[in-house]
Design a protein around this ligand. Structure first.
Ligand code: NAG
Ligand code: NAG
Ligand code: NAG
Length: 340
């Protein structure tokens, strides 16, 4: 049984060494080079951060550090791409408005996007093997509309923030965090939490479902230094995304559904939140990430080169798919049907 037990991933005094950094919004676009390579448009809209070599095709032959000319991440040797679906607000009159992302706590100059964590082992001594060039993976299942009650679902959760990042301060996925979208207005916005698997088969950079080449510990958890299964013996860093959704402007209950349900829907047509998912394509330069993990780097990591957040904010690209995404829409981009 694997359970999240990040006893105190408190931000001010982390219980463990971990890289935590902002990657500002690179682009909002209806492409997905992992699940729908080559397609423009892909079925649903995403928000993407990281290196500017991001495109519809991201095969393992691509060399992101040499193809990118900038990254929206503060660690400037990180040309990886990180992406998730986009959240929309559905008003009582049936129209949709895109919910923006905003900067996470202590990362305030960032232009929204994703807060990325790479976490080394909690014993502060055993090693993880950093991802190899071309490695990619997916966590979450966009078709879920109820609690899957499995290892994967346990890695995905939402925090309903009180004002100014207030409220629950425990580890993501603990306390009052929910696996479904919060069913009440959140005065400080909603944070989505995505933990990726931490064991790798040691051979495949990808797999047909983008998941089978990685796995969860066979017992215990990454946080309790649980062992990897024999099928996936290589321990990899714990990759974790937080997305801060700025729902604050949509908290007027008079605009919420009359039946009392919550009004937010993901761009793939999910009004529950159980289908939340996140995508990753590794693109660090050389062995920079391995060095940072070996050094048990923290928020500040002298082993890594960094840039100012203001500079990272300047790294943006134009969407490949030209379509309205930000005005009041009568349907979700791609006409995705909403399911509950
Ligand atoms: C690991 O190091 C952190 C400081 O980075 C410390 O707070 C924590 O107690 C250490 N954990 C163990 C198991 O030694
Ligand atoms: C993406 O690929 C297309 C053609 O495949 C190319 O025209 C375009 O410049 C690329 N965009 C970026 C940002 O690399
Ligand atoms: C629908 O409601 C939103 C929020 O009140 C409003 O901004 C928008 O103009 C409305 N659209 C129509 C077509 O009435």
């Amino acid at each position: 049984m694997q359970w999240l037990s990040l006893a105190a991933l408190a931000l001010v005094a982390p219980a463990n060494a971990m890289l935590r950094f902002s990657c500002s919004q690179l682009v909002v676009d209806r492409i997905d080079p992992l699940v729908n390579p080559g397609q423009a448009p892909s079925p649903h809209l995403h928000q993407i951060v990281g290196g500017n070599a991001f495109n519809t095709s991201m095969g393992p032959e691509r060399d992101l550090p040499t193809e990118s000319t900038c990254t929206s991440c503060t660690f400037s040797e990180d040309f990886s791409n990180y992406w998730t679906a986009v959240l929309y607000f559905k008003a009582r009159n049936g129209t949709y408005k895109r919910v923006p992302t905003f900067a996470n706590q202590f990362l305030e100059p960032a232009n929204g996007g994703i807060t990325v964590y790479y976490i080394p082992p909690y014993d502060n001594k055993s090693k993880v093997t950093a991802f190899k060039k071309g490695f990619r993976m997916l966590v979450g299942t966009s078709t879920r509309r109820q609690d899957g009650k499995d290892n994967e679902q346990r890695q995905l959760s939402f925090r309903c923030w009180e004002k100014n990042f207030g409220g629950e301060q425990g580890a993501p996925g603990t306390g009052k965090d929910t696996k479904n979208l919060p069913n009440k207005p959140c005065p400080g916005g909603i944070r989505a939490n995505h933990f990726f698997p931490t064991c790798w088969d040691g051979k495949n950079l990808d797999s047909p479902d983008h998941k089978s080449h990685v796995a969860y510990p066979s017992s215990g958890s990454f946080e309790s230094n649980g062992p990897c299964p024999a099928s996936h013996p290589v321990k990899i860093p714990q990759l974790f995304y937080e997305v801060a959704w700025d729902t604050r402007q949509f908290n007027n209950k008079a605009e919420w559904p009359e039946d009392g349900s919550q009004p937010f829907v993901f761009s793939y047509g999910d009004a529950t939140g159980y289908g939340t998912h996140a995508d990753y394509v590794f693109g660090w330069k050389g062995d920079a990430l391995q060095k940072a993990m070996d050094a048990f780097c923290n928020v500040n990591c002298p082993q890594l080169k960094s840039q100012t957040t203001q500079n990272a904010n300047k790294c943006t690209i134009k969407p490949r798919v030209q379509e309205p995404v930000d005005e009041w829409l009568t349907e979700l981009p791609g006409g995705m049907a909403v399911t509950y």
